[in-house]
Ligand binder design. Structure first.
Ligand SMILES: CC(C)(COP(=O)(O)OP(=O)(O)OC[C@H]1O[C@@H](n2cnc3c(N)ncnc32)[C@H](O)[C@@H]1OP(=O)(O)O)[C@@H](O)C(=O)NCCC(=O)NCCS
Length: 176
């Protein structure tokens, strides 16, 4: 099977927006791991992490070895523009649903549709896996994530209180 026959793979997931070429989204390979870890480091070393407990920030900046273990049972997609890796999301399909995990976009590349393209790839992957719904969680204090999921048609379906290092986590779902 050609890579392009697989859902989400090498997909021109979105026509892209201003500032550069189109966004392409594809499944990651082991060769992408160092670049992905560098992206997570950039994201969580940036002001994005202001007010986030240090334990969480540390846990979201995996080493290549740690990221390799994240990949077990999780399908990751990366978004690139002009060859540069600008965003990542994981899709964990289990018990008929698809959990989007570790979604992050380069702070320099936000509001250009990259997360939208990544979530679209995740939804496509979930459909391919016959999942009944896609769901996601985000720290309550992340307004961008909340706005993103609502913008993409997810419903807010609950809150886990003091769930991660005492931080509230909001839950979002979209049935397929
Ligand atoms: C949340 C995040 C993934 C969004 O990525 P992005 O590529 O900037 O999102 P998009 O450009 O696809 O945004 C699509 C829509 O979502 C909403 N949105 C996204 N970011 C927003 C923000 N900061 N404020 C308000 N609305 C926002 C808007 O409706 C936006 O459409 P518009 O730009 O036409 O107004 C990014 O801010 C990020 O990496 N944050 C840190 C990590 C994080 O919160 N991950 C999520 C779960 S833990």
């Amino acid at each position: 099977m050609h890579g392009s026959d697989r859902p989400g793979e090498h997909a021109p997931a979105s026509p892209g927006r201003a500032n550069g070429g189109a966004i392409s989204v594809g499944r990651i390979t082991h060769q992408d791991v160092p670049e992905i870890c560098a992206l997570y480091k950039r994201v969580w070393d940036s002001p994005t992490s202001a007010g986030v407990p240090s334990e969480l920030v540390k846990s979201w900046q995996p080493t290549p070895l740690e990221f390799t273990s994240w990949m077990e049972g999780v399908t990751y997609f990366a978004a690139r523009r002009d060859g540069k890796l600008l965003g990542v999301v994981g899709c964990e399909v289990s018990r008929g649903n698809c959990h989007l995990v570790h979604l992050a976009v380069d702070p320099e590349a936000r509001r250009k549709g990259i997360a939208t393209a990544l979530v679209a790839a995740g939804v496509e992957w979930a459909r391919h896996a016959n999942a009944g719904e896609v769901w996601a969680d985000a720290l309550a204090q992340f307004p961008a994530a909340v706005a993103l999921f609502k913008h993409l048609g997810f419903s807010e379906c609950g809150v886990l209180h003091r769930h991660e290092w005492n931080e509230d986590v909001r839950l979002f779902e979209r049935t397929l």
